[in-house]
Design a protein. Structure first.
Length: 198
């Protein structure tokens, strides 16, 4: 058992060193490409380095997340962090529970940010879009939208979307209540997440 734990620690340390080397290599490549006038190569190398930063930030955010929401335990082995190039930034995903489930995703540079901000910050638009299944909420001081999706069996799914800076935090829960999902959203370290993703 000790050798197994030691192997995991060595592998984790090697991964961190490799990621640091990848970042340093990307910056060095960008500098040399820029000096040589190869701007496209410099741009690509910088994008690669930024992806490494996004992945590291995502890993730090996963460490902040609670090990349990409501009665559902985190499925840590299924955690995902991706650094995307282009319009959409990094994506962080954690799932909770087995028979009853909840998903938490954080998407950097989400294309939905502008629309959602208009919806929750413009009283006329927000008022027109509010009904029995959609409402504007506040979670730990952050405005968001709560959406209920009724099912034919009388149960419902809920989702909360909270824009933070240029990222979108989305919490989805199957077969629960609005009170349960609000309690789960309030259990998230939103202020700490906001600091890391700004």
């Amino acid at each position: 058992m000790k050798s197994f734990i030691l192997s995991i620690l060595v592998l984790t340390a090697a991964t961190c060193v490799a990621q640091t080397q990848d970042f340093a290599k990307g910056i060095a490549t960008a500098k040399s490409s820029y000096s040589a006038g190869k701007l496209e190569d410099a741009h690509f190398a910088l994008l690669q380095a930024l992806q490494e930063i996004d992945i590291r930030i995502g890993q730090e955010i996963l460490k902040l997340l609670p090990a349990q929401l409501d009665t559902m335990k985190a499925n840590i082995k299924e955690d995902q962090v991706t650094g995307n190039a282009g319009f959409v930034g990094s994506t962080i995903l954690r799932t909770y529970g087995v028979s009853r489930s909840c998903d938490l995703s954080i998407i950097g540079n989400s294309p939905l940010i502008g629309t959602l901000n208009s919806l929750i910050n413009t009283p006329i638009i927000g008022g027109m879009m509010s009904d029995a299944n959609n409402k504007i909420i506040k979670v730990q001081g952050y405005k968001g939208r709560l959406t209920k999706t009724p099912h034919e069996d009388g149960k419902a799914s809920y989702s909360i979307d909270i824009p933070m800076n240029n990222s979108l935090v989305t919490l989805k829960m199957e077969n629960g209540t609005d009170t349960q999902i609000m309690n789960m959203a309030n259990a998230l370290p939103l202020a700490q997440i906001a600091k890391l993703i700004q």
